[in-house]
Each structure stands twice: as C-alpha cells, then as structure tokens.
Design a binder for this molecule. Sequence first.
Ligand code: ATP
Ligand code: MG
Length: 399
Amino acid sequence: MRLTQMPSEFQKALPVLEKIKEAGFEAYFVGGSVRDALLNRPIHDVDIATSSYPEETKQIFSRTVDIGIEHGTVLVLEGEEEYEVTTFRTEDVYVDYRRPSAVSFVRSLEEDLKRRDFTVNAFALDETGEIVDLFDGLKDLENQILRAVGVASERFNEDALRIMRGFRFQASLGFELETETFKAMKVLTPLLEKISIERTFVEFDKLLLAPYWRVGLSSMIESQAYDYLPDMAGSQDKLQSLFDLEDNFTFESSEQAWAALLWALEVEDAQQFLKHWKTSRQFAKQVQDLLTILSLREGGALSKRDCYQFNLDSLLQAENLRKAQGKEVNPQAITETYESLTFHDKKEMQINGDILIKEYGYQPGPELGDVLDEIEYAIVDGVLENDRQAIHDYLRGRK
Ligand code: ATP
Ligand code: MG
C-alpha cells in the first residue's frame, strides 16, 4: 500500500532518509508515527530505522548527538528538527524479563520489525510512501485490533512491559485486544513484578491520560495486572470506582489522574505510595496537594487560608475532578477567594524575622516563628493589612 499524501512531518524528514540511502544503506520511518499517519492522527516523534550501524550513521550527518549508542540510536539534527535514527536490531534473549540481555544490530528490516510489540506498531514507511506491512497490521488497523507480532506469549515473556503497553494502546486507540493476545497478557501479568517501576509508571500514566482510558483500565482490571503493581494488590473494587467518574471525562494532567487513582484506592499515605512508584518528589507533592484540596473540599467551601496553601491551577484541577465525581462545585468562588488574597507568597509580607529582632526586640527562636506565622495568617485571613504601620500597631496591641 502506498500513502497518497505524505504528512508534512515525514516530508520534512525525507532528506534524512535520502542521505542515508545515498550512503548505501536502507532507511525507513517506523513505529508510532507511521501508525498515526495511517489513522490520520497527529504525528509526533518521527522515528527512523536504518541498516547503517551507529558509527556509520554518524559519518553521514554533520550534526549528531549520541543519545543511546548501545541501543543503536543516534540523534540526527536536521534543519530545526531532530530525529532518532536507530539501527535495525533484534533483542534475542531476555533473561530477566526486564531488558534485552543483548541488543544485536542487524542489516535486515524484517528482523527489526519482528521484535516490535504490536502489528499496528510494526509498519515501516519508505521515502516513496510505500508501507511495509509484514504482519497484516493494515488489516488490524482497519478492524481496530491490537495483536502481538508473532506468538503473543513469547513476546510478553520476552518483555512483560508489552502487557502494560497493550492496555496503554487500547486506551489511546480505543482498539480491542485480539483474543490470543489478551489471553497471553492475562496469563503473564505476574511478570509485571519484574519490570522496572519507572517503565511501568510511564505506560500506566499514558493509559490514564488517554481518551479511552476506561477501555484500557477495564482490560487491566480484567487481567488482574494490578496485583503485580506497587501497592495495588487486591484493589479491583477500588479501581472499578474510577468508572463512576462522569462519562466522557478525561484527565487533564498526570497529577490529576494519579490523584484520582489514589483517591479511588483510598490510599492513606500518598507519599509512600508514590515513592513505591518512584515518581519525582515534585510530582508526589503536586498529587498530594490535589488530594489535600479534595479532602478540604469535602468539608465545604475553601477558606482564604485553604486557598493560600496551593496554587490556583491545583485548586481548579481538584475542583474539576470533583465535578467528574458528581459533587457540588464552584470554581468561580475558588478563583475569587484565591484572587482576593493579599499575597500568594510570604516573601511579600512587609515584615520578617530580622525586623522583629532588630526593631521589636524579639529573640531568635520558636516564638519568633510563631509571631511571624500569626501575622502571615492574619494578613491571609484579611484581618490585618500587609502594611508596616498596620503590622506595627498589631504587634503593639499583641504585647
Ligand atoms: P506513542 O505515539 O505513544 O509514542 P509509539 O508507538 O511511538 O507510541 P513508543 O513507546 O514511542 O510507542 O515506541 C516506538 C516504537 O518502538 C513502537 O511503535 C514499537 O514499534 C517499538 N517498541 C517500543 N517499546 C517496545 C517494546 N517494549 N517492545 C517491542 N517494541 C517496542
Ligand atoms: Mg513514540
């Protein structure tokens, strides 16, 4: 099959293919971008596969960056764009289910396509727009089916992350899992325990953010994969409760998705949970903020002091999630309260510890901190002006 119209992203990248071909090697567009082009979806990350070995690729282009030579990947800078150019490879023996024990570079496109996960991810596209489709991926694309390349159980045994990827692509494409493929996934979910958490997080996160997250999540639940994910064993019913969110709701950020997940799981110690998922501290803090806001909101409207602790974006994301939970919401009131605050950062306070010590005779120590907190909250509550004279009068009245 030939693409009648090459999307502009590929046209822009054609010189890269052509230069590799001029040097006597094969080169193709591969992976998700070809799938997305065939589905008329927006394309991101145009990936290129080639028969040239990394050192050979580097000879062809004047501007390259070594980003993963051991995996065969060279970043090629072409005009304003950058492309990952990866040598055809096989990943033959997986000893620990985590990563290939050896990556072998090969000169054959077929070998490279064979090691890819799903038939719809295993296309190659040449410079003329011709689609190489060795595994009937076009038919699967037409029928909206996700099918493992080759023998499903072998492929998931080689790399169990593909199980999570299967759920994730279901969530992003809305496709069905082919029967044998799903059967193998269900049998092999215990292998997920052996996959690095960081890789699993990426796939689960993409699943939650995808438009058909309900589809991906319901397969994940059906397969009982959760039993092999950090702190999620036995959580079928709680996970199911995510389906109570408003129809057609999609998560607007990772933080919001994970806050909804932790809320559904009734996680008591979010920091611990997210530590087990090895997320960044900043991410954990943002999810924690959302959970705290959700809890505060259960008690009614947010006070000025409540709003002061968070940024407006978090406050509104939590409110949106509440809306999806079918609860009463008032984003406008929250915005107004937030905007009515005298300041959002105590650095803007017209007093500090130094002034208290030098001008008011306070000693460094806990009492100083208490007085500063008291002033800060009095200003936040709107009972004291953020003004030197007003603070002065307040301090005198306090003594
Ligand atoms: P997205 O559009 O979300 O980036 P993608 O299909 O490009 O989806 P990537 O994770 O970027 O997915 O991987 C690029 C390609 O590499 C895939 O399309 C697939 O062919 C191959 N691939 C990636 N990870 C694996 C894996 N674990 N096992 C087999 N093939 C994989
Ligand atoms: Mg990609």
